[in-house]
Design a binder for this molecule. Structure first.
Ligand SMILES: [Zn+2]
Length: 172
């Protein structure tokens, strides 16, 4: 099994097929080998982001609800922020300018995509997050934006660690 498998673990080529519990040409044992050694949150992240596994997205949302936003009292805010964060990091909001690759090629030179700053994704607007939570945009900006951004940095770092582990697993 080689590195090309991670390249195949993406939404466009591997839609989740509920009936057969497989992901396109990837078997369950391919996925098990690729995700060996991952912690539970890292595992759900990979399944949610690369396999578009809806159940994993819900488990990831619950883990975020229980951990990253545990100090937020109001359940509607807490669930709205958790849901937004999963979509932000694992949803289909890929950058149109670089097609999610994070880099663009200009005159045969590869450069970081300026639209998404190399992340390959466009973030959900504060206005939309506020709406998901059922709160005023002003309230989001004043009391929750910083907390949300910090949580996103945390989840992105978990995600990068998970991706490195998958790449390592695919080396042999
Ligand atoms: Zn981009």
């Amino acid at each position: 099994m080689g590195l090309e498998i991670l390249g195949r673990l993406n939404a466009k080529t591997q839609p989740y097929q509920v009936a057969s519990s497989t992901f396109g040409s990837l078997s369950m044992s391919d996925i098990a080998a690729a995700t060996k050694g991952l912690g539970s949150v890292e595992y759900e992240y990979i399944r949610a982001r690369y396999l578009k596994d809806q159940a994993a997205m819900i488990r990831l949302r619950n883990a975020i609800f229980d951990n990253l936003f545990k100090d937020i009292k109001k359940p509607a805010y807490r669930i709205g922020l958790s849901l937004s964060l999963v979509v932000d990091c694992c949803g289909d909001n890929i950058c149109q300018d670089c097609d999610g690759r994070g880099e663009v090629t200009k005159d045969n030179v590869k450069a970081e995509c300026s639209t998404c700053s190399g992340t390959g994704r466009v973030y959900i607007s504060g206005r939309k997050i506020a709406a998901t939570c059922g709160m005023d945009h002003a309230n989001f900006l004043r009391r929750y934006q910083k907390k949300y951004n910090n949580a996103r940095i945390r989840l992105e770092s978990i995600g990068r660690k998970a991706e490195r582990m998958v790449l390592d697993n695919l080396k042999d």
